[in-house]
Design a protein around this ligand. Sequence first.
Ligand SMILES: Nc1ncnc2c1ncn2[C@@H]1O[C@H](COP(=O)(O)OP(=O)(O)O)[C@@H](O)[C@H]1O
Ligand SMILES: [Mg+2]
Length: 270
Amino acid sequence: MTSAAAPLAAGRFSPDNQAHPTSGGTRPVLEVDHVTKVYPSQPPVTALQDVSFTVTGGELLAIVGPSGSGKSTLLHLMGTLDRPSAGHVRITGVDVASLSDRDLAALRATRIGFVFQQFFLAEHQTVVDNVADGLLYASVPLTQRRARALQALELVGLAERPWARPTQLSGGQRQRVAIARALVGQPAIVLADEPTGNLDQTTGGSILTLFDQLHHQKVTIAVITHDQTIAARMPRRIEMLDGRIVADTTDPGPGEPDGHGQPAPPGQQP
Ligand SMILES: Nc1ncnc2c1ncn2[C@@H]1O[C@H](COP(=O)(O)OP(=O)(O)O)[C@@H](O)[C@H]1O
Ligand SMILES: [Mg+2]
């Protein structure tokens, strides 16, 4: 165990997680600090060059850029699936570089929720158990996992059919299951990689509306997309080009001039 493992373990197993990382505040949940990533191919490729930004609890942001701009590389680093060549990535203040692979897996499982374009649901498992699997790492007993899974399904507007199989659901419903699975462990940040990429425009729009609703509930979400239209409806947009950030724009918040309206109630499915 490394010295950084102690606070991590304490956070991981605290039963009702008073610090509740998902609920916002002003603490940085993710810091990307002068990060460079060079792939050791022939010739080597510099996929990210001196990238820095901070995500604060409760933010909803897009990371947007054309193909080849470095989005997937950045997602891997933010998700602690890869380590930077230079610079630092910190999740809730913990430097990824300070952790062993094992502690990094623990950090990833408990503090980061992933949502992918392809959903990645287990087809042979019920909806509720797909979501409950998001808690496997936390060694929560099955009945409790299912109870929390049902709460997460309610949060995404999909509580009616917990015993259905993913194959019985529409694409939009499947993505809601995947979002519930990402949320069930109350991660510090949800990373969504082209989350509407496999959905028609209307269904995709309803998933973006769900993100708006989760944002009003202070869930921290980063959406990775090549689509400027999707990025345009996020309160913050980090624009990538050729491995660099070329713009980082935040709209005024609620209560500020030209800010957003009142929080919306939890969503219903389309
Ligand atoms: N494993 C790898 N080895 C070498 N080059 C890579 C690898 N992965 C990505 N790249 C290169 O890094 C750059 C950024 O790629 P990527 O992060 O996939 O961008 P995006 O997701 O925005 O399309 C591109 O030039 C790509 O060809
Ligand atoms: Mg990509």
